[in-house]
Design a protein. Structure first.
Length: 451
């Protein structure tokens, strides 16, 4: 039976919050901002395979209460759904093993607080015994990540003290059987919040990560990490005695493989991404540059379904006036096998995207959409399907959960005031007119977009 992996270490939050009313400092005054409230703080996750998708979500409570329950819903190609609920372990993401079986979805939860470990859940929700993999790193973030490389689940994390941090890995087969009796030590990983990714290039599993030369180098002005990688054979042997420097002085952003070629994105000085291709032997060939607008963010890099190229999915905020009704545009750019991006997006779509995946034929986009009219509206968590190659809609979007929106007025200090004084007050619905004091207020009405 194929498995799905749910991994701690990836949180997507959405919504706005209200602070306790406090008087303005001398010289300041309260201004009223009318907006739609009721937006949810979602923890979202998505995986896809064989025409199906698995979506996970857990909304926070009205006071920012951490959810205790995580809903995993299977969405068939026709839009029909079936769901199970499991305890929420703090942070969540999902990695799928295509094809998903009709007998149900088994999930593997992993955690990185108080320890690093995994726990399998059967399709009916029954739990297997937890597997402890390692102790949690006290310095920075363990950054537990998982990918399905087409043959194995690869779980990676950072362990050890600041002066001796290393990247470790454990592989599981598609049925959730642990293949490595003890964690593989891949190499040094000096970074407070390291980036790591794994993928399969030409039949070999590559794990790549960004690392500084020492625990102190990260805090030296002008110092950049190196992007390094190690190959893992199917029998668990490390094919590289020491990590191979793939791109010196570069912080990794995304990695995706399509057959015997992988595309790597690294952060560029202008806020965009420099692209390179990597073959199974670690030969890096520089590609093109992917320029982004100042407020445009990368959502995901994927191998193109049914083709030999790649697609980069980004989000771009759009504000629609008074009252504040923040939306996003989602854009998909095709990238060739040699790392050259198309001049214009192949798709633009309204909606606040939070995850994108592919089932090998189609793209599946998880988004938060809103409809507002007058003093009320609705926010929906939707799943939409687009045909790979043509980007044409395949089915009507499936609504997974909906929440009502109401028009409310919030008061803010216009300044001068201390940045952390919390001067903010709630007002009655529809009680005031719109007021915007600089771009800072606009940011208060938007959700975080970087992952």
């Amino acid at each position: 039976m194929k498995r799905l992996l749910v991994i701690a270490g990836f949180v997507v939050a959405a919504g706005t919050s209200t602070a306790t009313a406090q008087p303005c400092d001398p010289g300041g005054e309260l201004v009223e901002v009318t907006e739609y409230s009721g937006r949810q703080h979602y923890h979202l996750a998505l995986a896809a395979g064989a025409g199906e998708a698995l979506v996970g979500w857990a909304p926070e409570g009205p006071n920012g209460d951490v959810p205790r329950e995580f809903t995993m819903s299977r969405v068939a190609a026709d839009g029909s759904t079936s769901s199970i609920r499991v305890p929420f372990l703090g942070h969540a993401a999902i990695v799928g093993t295509p094809p998903m079986t009709s007998s149900g979805t088994t999930a593997m939860h992993t955690w990185g607080v108080g320890g690093v470990g995994v726990m399998l859940r059967e399709p009916d929700g029954a739990e297997r015994a937890p597997i402890h993999l390692d102790d949690y790193r006290s310095y920075g973030d363990s950054v537990v990540r998982a990918r399905f490389d087409g043959t194995h689940f690869v779980v990676t994390w950072v362990a050890g003290p600041p002066e001796a941090s290393v990247l470790k890995a454990v592989r599981f087969d598609p049925d959730g059987v642990q293949l490595d009796a003890t964690p593989l030590v891949l190499g040094p990983a000096f970074a407070y919040k390291p980036w790591a990714a794994s993928t399969r290039i030409g039949g070999v599993t590559w794990v790549t990560w960004s690392t500084f030369t020492s625990s102190d180098a990260e805090f030296v002005s002008g110092t950049n990490p190196d992007l390094v990688g190690v190959r893992i054979a199917d029998d668990g042997r490390l094919l590289d005695a020491t990590p191979v420097v793939l791109v010196p002085g570069a912080r990794g952003v995304a990695l995706a493989a399509n057959g015997d070629t992988a595309l790597l994105l690294v952060m560029a000085p202008d806020g965009g991404f420099d692209m390179s291709t990597i073959d199974r032997d670690g030969v890096v060939t520089p590609g093109g540059h992917l320029a982004l607008a100042d407020d445009e963010f990368l959502l995901e890099l994927l191998a193109a379904p049914g083709g030999d190229g790649f697609t980069a999915w980004t989000t771009h905020p759009v504000n629609t006036g008074t009252p504040i009704h923040a939306e996003d545009e989602v854009a998909a750019r095709t990238i060739s096998r040699t790392g050259v991006a198309a001049a214009a997006p192949s798709l633009t779509l309204a909606g606040q995207a939070w995850a994108i995946s592919t089932d090998g034929r189609d793209y599946l986009l998880l988004a938060v959409e809103e409809t507002v009219a007058g003093a009320t509206g609705e926010e929906r968590l939707t799943l939409r399907r687009f045909r790979g190659g043509t980007f044409t809609p395949v089915t009507v979007g499936t609504t997974l959960v909906a929440a009502p929106l109401t028009l409310t007025t919030t008061q803010f200090c216009s300044g001068p005031y201390e940045p952390n004084d919390g001067c903010q007050a709630g007002g009655p619905a529809g009680a005031g007119t719109m007021g915007l004091i600089g771009l800072g207020l606009l940011a208060l009405c938007r959700r975080p977009r970087r992952r």
